[in-house]
Ligand binder design. Structure first.
Ligand SMILES: [Zn+2]
Ligand SMILES: [Zn+2]
Length: 199
């Protein structure tokens, strides 16, 4: 259901049958209680039909498939053979991670530092004016930070915005409270620029 070549997830759309969306088309993510192996996330996504729909994504598909470690085949133009995507991208991804490069990052406001992160730590995504408001639950300190990033920062593993906007506000409460506060902050334009270089 994730295609590493186009970077799109396939979900069901009640109007058109299928919807293919990038990560930046997600709007909310929530880990379902219970299922642990693999963990399953309930997401809502913005569909090309114009509506938001719910969908389910496994942890593997969320965090590992975008590295090219999922299923899928592509035509290798050097050998004119069908190769698995994982065979081509897997070693590349593994090498970069071993070298300390991580596919996604965000700026943790309470810790005042950039942190590596995976999509399963994304909580809310809200588009506006070409940028994307991204609420992230920090995997280290557990606090929620809101960054203003480019859609590419989310959609393209290993593409990091050099600078992101950071909301100077610590978010708390449940998901609905966070979404409400988050929307209010997004429109208040109280963002500070922070560099995203991971040391
Ligand atoms: Zn739809
Ligand atoms: Zn943190």
């Amino acid at each position: 259901m994730y295609d590493a070549l186009t970077g799109r997830y396939t979900f069901a759309c009640p109007r058109r049958g299928n919807a293919r969306v990038t990560l930046s088309g997600f709007r909310r993510l929530e880990r379902l209680p219970g299922a642990a192996h693999p963990a399953v996330y309930r997401v809502s996504f913005h569909c090309t039909c114009g509506e938001e729909h719910p969908g389910l994504v496994s942890h593997d598909e969320l965090d590992w498939a975008p590295h090219g470690l999922g299923d899928g085949r592509f035509l290798n133009l050097m050998t004119t053979r069908l190769d698995t995507v994982a065979a081509e991208f897997g070693p590349l991804a593994a090498g970069r991670i071993a070298a300390g490069e991580w596919p996604w990052s965000f700026f943790c406001y309470p810790e005042e530092r950039p942190r590596p992160v995976s999509p399963s730590s994304f909580v809310v995504l809200a588009p506006g004016d070409g940028a994307l408001g991204l609420a992230v639950r920090c995997p280290v300190c557990g606090a929620l930070s809101v960054n203003l990033v480019s859609p590419t920062h989310v959609d393209l593993p290993w593409h990091h915005d050099r600078e992101v906007g950071v909301v100077l506000h610590v978010f708390g409460g449940d998901a609905d409270a966070i979404v409400g506060a988050f929307r209010a902050e997004l429109h208040s334009a109280r963002f500070d620029a922070r560099r995203l270089a991971l040391e």
